[in-house]
Design a binder for this molecule. Structure first.
Ligand code: UD1
Length: 315
């Protein structure tokens, strides 16, 4: 039995990871300031975990909580490309300074390994697809820069301070518990909200931009594998599904699944947006044992079922 810490464990990805780690019998402590996360995301596992309402910008507070951990999964962040453009200071402080605090606390506590949630946004608009880890980063937004700095810090904490770190570049994760309540929410959570309300979503640009939408349980599984994989310390891997779908395709598919006709509204393209994104999963498959299980159809089906059921429960 290991003691593990999940920063951002009340978030949508973090809470899926907490559930996954409990299956292994780990003792799980969550650090989350509930800025974008919610305690309700952990409702049915709440009595099996430690929960600490702490901000990762508070270095002294997290130091004590990380002490004694075998693995730290660092997922706490202010996500969203447009939010980092509209309000860059908090996302800079949390995503860069907060990440530094977590890494420093882990190094001082001699944690065995830190798994860091990096982002596919680091690639920017590379001409070739799929995107391979060896490509030069071309960040197009403060968020992309911040997540890259975290990767570099993770790698340097390994080379300079001997802390084992593995960075995973998440590719547009979706699934149950993704919060659709903000304009900065992930596009598929917004699509779900509109589909259920029978209102048209807004698509920014022509809708032909594509994403490697990755189901949250596949990402949680890969995080658990990254904590164990030999030879992975100090490295960065793509955490994607290896496919790509346009927004038009996905919105079409969702309408078919619900047998409705709700043409999307189209707005101007969004600042900082990447055009196409798709992961090369070769390294993650070979070195971490990555084996994504969910097709886009299956992932969307499960996600839609969850949003419908949670709406019924709330009514
Ligand atoms: C980016 C990163 C992703 C990261 C995420 C954090 C890339 C390729 N991906 O996601 O790894 O985890 O930030 O938040 O950079 N859109 C609409 N209508 C809406 C909302 C969004 O058309 O109502 C469009 C956006 O313009 C974009 C696409 O949907 O083209 C996806 O947007 P979003 O879900 O916000 O994620 P990314 O910015 O791609």
């Amino acid at each position: 039995m290991k003691r593990v810490v999940v920063t951002g464990g009340a978030g949508f990805i973090g809470s899926a990871l907490v559930r996954r780690l409990l299956e292994d019998g780990d003792t799980v402590a969550v650090i989350d300031n509930l800025l974008t996360g919610h305690e309700r995301n952990l409702a049915e596992v709440r009595d099996r975990i430690e929960f600490h309402n702490v901000d990762i910008r508070d270095a002294s507070a997290i130091g004590g909580l990380i002490r004694g951990a075998d693995v730290v999964y660092h997922l706490a962040a202010i996500p969203s490309v447009p939010k980092s453009i509209d309000d860059p200071v908090p996302s800079h402080e949390v995503n860069i300074d907060g990440t530094f605090n977590v890494l420093r606390a882990a190094a001082e506590a001699r944690v065995r390994r830190v798994v860091y949630a990096a982002s596919s946004s680091g690639y920017g608009d590379s001409e070739t697809l799929p995107k391979v880890e060896t490509m030069l980063p071309r960040p197009k937004s403060p968020y992309a820069v911040q997540k890259l700095v975290g990767e570099y810090y993770a790698s340097v904490f390994h080379s300079c301070f001997g802390l084992e770190t593995v960075a995973l570049r998440f590719f547009n994760v979706y699934g149950p518990r993704q919060d659709p309540s903000s304009p900065y929410s992930g596009v598929l959570s917004l699509f779900m909200k509109h589909l259920i309300a029978r209102t048209p979503p807004t698509i920014f640009g022509d809708g032909e931009q594509s994403r490697d939408f990755t189901f949250v349980e596949d990402v949680a599984e890969l995080c658990a594998k990254a904590a164990r994989a030999p030879g992975a310390a100090g490295k960065m891997y793509n955490a994607g599904n290896g496919g790509r779908y346009t927004l038009n395709f996905v919105w079409d598919l969702l309408q078919k699944m619900e047998q409705v006709r709700l043409p999307a509204k189209y707005g101007p393209p969004r600042a900082g947006d990447v055009r196409h994104s798709m992961a090369d999963t070769t390294a993650a498959v070979a070195e971490l044992g990555h084996a994504p299980r969910f097709t886009i159809e299956e992932g969307l089906k499960r996600t839609l079922a969850w949003y419908k059921q949670s709406q019924t429960a709330a009514a």
